[in-house]
Design a protein around this ligand. Structure first.
Ligand code: C2E
Ligand code: CA
Ligand code: CA
Ligand code: CA
Length: 278
């Protein structure tokens, strides 16, 4: 770094300083975001590949920052996890998502749609998660079968038997479970069948390369086969083209999600999508 000379060094320091300042300001803001009600959920449609009909929504967190505008989770989820703030925020997310779906169920007399909610590893480490889930279902009136929790492979594999036990307790409330970003983490196949999982979500990195020649779909094919061998569903993420959808259909993929069907949108726009599907 010294080779850069004194001047460059000073500039670098200044950048570091600004960046640190910026980050800690975001962290400070994050601490107040819940009580200031700056969080909201966006909803992305998930559809049945066979029928093209809506099966559910994934709830995705957004932060309406007073100065920076609407921020995606990529920019703050890590801070939320490091600071532990993800625990109370995650509880709000669950409450909000369940409440919203219950409202839609009442309004449109639909009972089959589900809401899929991402869980953080910090949340599944909380001893009272099962309790909290029960309370949220109770408070909102939502049936557990309409709630789906998305966990990553790493979260599942990290703590072995303890996690299996936890998942069975969650399943007692009829809540569905899916593995998010499947294929990007480390899953032990000999372990997988012991988890009471309902679906594998095929990561976008395997769906994107499905090209016009129909090659590059071997991993997707393998994950779909694996899911069906386990007796569960395969859900493709990041579907952006009709061609990808056609290939997924041919491969027997059950559900799909991605910009081709719709980007994540606020609850008003999500409701418009829902109305067309009931
Ligand atoms: P994820 O769970 O894998 O969510 C899917 C992400 O891919 C979303 O980004 C979504 O907007 C984006 N996406 C969906 N379809 C497409 C597509 O066709 N093409 C492309 N290029 N992207 C697509 P988002 O909303 O920015 O979320 C990023 C990540 O932040 C999520 O990845 C998830 O890991 C995390 N996250 C989001 N909401 C929550 C939450 O409520 N709680 C927790 N713990 N994590 C969350
Ligand atoms: Ca997800
Ligand atoms: Ca995902
Ligand atoms: Ca992801």
């Amino acid at each position: 770094a010294k080779a850069l000379g004194k001047g460059r060094y000073a500039i670098f320091d200044r950048e570091m300083y600004d960046r640190t300042l910026h980050l800690s300001q975001l962290e400070i803001d994050l601490r107040y975001a819940l009580e200031r009600q700056e969080f909201l959920l966006h909803y992305q449609p998930i559809i049945s590949v066979a029928t093209g009909r809506l099966t559910g929504f994934e709830a995705l967190l957004r932060w309406q920052h007073p100065k920076m505008g609407l921020i995606d989770p990529g920019d703050f989820i890590e801070i939320a996890e490091e600071t532990g703030l993800i625990v109370p925020i995650g509880e709000w997310i669950l409450q909000e998502a369940c409440q919203q779906l219950y409202i839609w169920q009442q309004k449109f007399a639909t009972t089959s749609l589900y809401i899929s909610v991402n869980l953080s590893s910090k949340q599944i480490q909380q001893f009272d998660l099962v309790d909290k889930l029960a309370k949220i279902l109770d408070r909102t009136g939502l049936n557990g079968k309409n709630l789906k929790l998305e966990l990553t492979e790493t979260m599942l594999m990290d703590r072995g038997e303890k996690t299996i036990e936890l998942l069975f307790q969650i399943k007692e409330q009829n809540i569905q479970l899916s593995i998010d970003d499947f294929g990007t983490g480390y899953s032990s196949l000999s372990y997988l069948h012991r988890f009471p999982i309902d679906a594998l979500k095929i990561d976008r990195s395997f769906v994107s390369p499905i090209d016009a020649e129909g090659k590059n779909c071997e991993i997707v094919r393998t994950i779909i086969t694996l899911a069906h061998t386990l007796g569960i569903k395969a859900i493709a993420e990041g579907v952006e083209t009709s061609h990808q959808l056609a290939v997924l259909k041919k491969l027997g993929c059950d559900e799909a999600q991605g910009y081709f069907f719709g980007t994540p949108v606020n609850f008003q726009l999500a409701e418009e999508i829902l109305v067309k599907n009931v």
